[in-house]
Design a protein around this ligand. Structure first.
Ligand code: DHB
Length: 389
C-alpha cells in the first residue's frame, strides 16, 4: 500500500518535472551559432561572435516573450565537425535556428541537416553563390563572390586596366570570383592573361607572384578569404610588384577591415569592390562601428561582423513575427525582409533566400592616420549574378 502511494507520488513528480522542463524549453528561443573560433580562420569567428553579442546587447535577450539562448560552438573550420555539432544542436538542444558558417565547405557540409530537420540555417559568412541552393532552409546575410567580383570587373577597364592576371584561393568562393571577374572583364574588352589558384590553407604566394611579375599585367586581381590578405600584401610588397607598376585589385576580402590598418603603405591605392566598408558613410554605420569598438577593445568591424549583425536582425524579426516559432514558419518570416544595415539597404530575396545589397567601389586611403576602404562609387541593389544561369 505504502509502496503504491510512493510510486504514485513519484510518477506525479516526474510528470510535473517533465512538464516544467518542456515549458522551460518552450519559453526559450535557441540559436545554435557555429563558428571557427580557433585555427586559421578564427578572426571570422571573433568578428561574428562580437557582432552577434552586440546585436543582443542592443536589442535585448527576449523575443516574443521568450528568452533568447545563444549556444556558441567552435568547429575549428573542419566541415565534419561543423556537421556533427549542427546535428547535436538540432537533436539534443532542439535549437530553433542554426547560424554562423565561416567558410563555404562548412556551410555545404551542414546543408543536409537543415533540410532533414527543417531547421532554418542562416549563413553569416560563407559566400560561394551555390550555397543557398544546397538546402531550401538556407538564408544568407553575408554576400556572394559573383556580386562582389563584377563591380571591379566593370571599374578596371574604364581606368586603364586592360590586362589582368587572376589569383584566387582554390575553392568555391575563389572559383566564383575568378569566373565572374573574367567573364565580365572580358565582356568589357579586357584580357585575362593567366588564372592562378593557390591552396586555401597555408598558401605560399611567392612562386605565384614571381610568375605574375614576369607576365607584367596592368593589374593582379585577387581573392583570398578574410584574414589571408595580410600575407598576400606583404609578399606583393616584398616582390616589388607595386614598384614594377602592377596594380592590385580584387574583391574587398583582401583589404579586410580586420587587418587593413596593419598592412602599411603597400595597401594605399588598392581598389576593390565589396558590400561593406567600416568607413561607410551613414549615421547607422557610424553608430555600429562606434558601439562595436567600445565593446571590443577598439576592434574595427569587418564584413564578417556585418553579416553576423544582419543575420541576428533577420532571426530576431522572424522570431517576433512567429512568436518564437521554428521550422518552415520561421524560415518564411526570414524571406523578403527589407531593412537598413550598417552596409546600406538590404533585402532578403524571397525566391533565392539570398541577400541583395549595394556593391561599393573603394580605394584604400589614409584618413586621420589610419587606413580605410573609402567608398567612391555605388552599384545599387545587386542580386547574385550566380543565380541568373
Ligand atoms: C569565404 C570565406 C571568407 O573568409 C571570405 O572572405 C569569403 C568567402 C567562404 O569560404 O565562403
Amino acid at each position: 500500500m505504502r509502496k503504491r502511494v510512493f510510486l504514485k507520488i513519484t510518477a506525479v513528480a516526474v510528470l510535473a518535472l517533465g512538464t516544467s522542463l518542456a515549458m522551460a524549453q518552450d519559453n526559450l528561443f535557441k540559436i545554435g551559432l557555429i563558428l571557427p573560433m580557433s585555427g586559421p580562420f578564427a578572426s571570422t569567428g571573433k568578428q561574428i561572435e562580437a557582432a552577434v553579442r552586440l546585436y543582443m546587447a542592443q536589442n535585448g535577450d527576449t523575443v516574443a516573450g521568450k528568452k533568447v539562448e545563444l549556444i556558441l560552438k567552435d568547429d575549428t573550420s573542419a566541415p565534419d565537425v561543423t556537421k556533427r555539432i549542427a546535428q547535436e544542436l538540432v537533436v539534443n538542444d532542439k535549437v530553433n535556428v542554426l547560424a554562423g558558417f565561416g567558410l563555404t565547405p562548412l556551410a555545404l557540409a551542414t546543408a543536409p541537416i537543415a533540410t532533414q530537420s527543417k531547421t532554418p540555417l542562416v549563413v553569416m559568412a560563407a559566400a560561394t553563390s551555390s550555397i543557398t541552393q544546397a538546402s531550401p532552409f538556407i538564408v544568407r546575410t553575408s554576400f556572394t563572390l559573383p556580386q562582389a567580383a563584377v563591380g571591379i570587373a566593370d571599374w578596371a577597364p574604364r581606368n586603364g586596366i586592360k590586362k589582368v592576371v587572376t589569383l584566387v584561393s582554390d575553392y568555391g568562393p575563389g572559383i566564383d570570383a575568378e569566373k565572374f571577374f573574367k567573364e565580365r572583364f572580358t565582356f568589357n574588352g579586357g584580357q585575362v592573361s593567366d588564372s592562378l589558384r593557390v591552396p586555401l590553407r597555408n598558401p605560399d604566394f611567392a612562386p605565384f607572384l614571381q610568375k605574375v611579375r614576369d607576365d607584367k599585367p596592368d593589374a593582379l586581381f585577387v581573392f583570398v578569404p578574410s584574414g589571408a590578405g595580410a600575407a598576400l600584401m606583404k609578399q606583393f610588397s616584398e616582390r616589388g610588384m607595386d614598384k614594377a607598376g602592377i596594380r592590385l585589385i580584387g574583391t574587398g576580402d583582401v583589404t579586410d577591415d580586420d587587418i587593413l590598418n596593419n598592412m602599411g603603405d603597400v595597401a594605399l591605392g588598392v581598389v576593390t569592390s565589396h558590400h561593406y566598408s567600416a568607413s561607410h558613410n551613414s549615421p547607422l554605420n557610424k553608430k555600429f562601428v562606434d558601439a562595436f569598438g567600445k565593446a571590443n577593445n577598439g576592434l574595427r568591424p569587418n564584413f564578417m561582423a556585418v553579416g553576423g549583425y544582419d543575420g541576428m536582425r533577420v532571426i530576431y524579426e522572424a522570431a517576433k513575427a512567429t512568436k518564437g516559432g521554428r521550422g518552415e514558419a520561421l524560415l518564411n518570416a526570414m524571406k523578403g525582409q527589407i531593412f537598413e544595415s550598417p552596409r546600406g539597404p538590404v533585402f532578403i530575396d524571397a525566391q533565392t533566400r539570398d541577400v541583395v545589397h549595394n556593391i561599393y567601389i573603394r580605394k584604400v586611403e589614409r584618413v586621420n592616420g589610419q587606413l580605410w576602404n573609402q567608398e567612391f562609387d555605388t552599384i545599387k541593389d545587386v542580386k547574385d549574378p550566380g543565380k541568373a544561369r
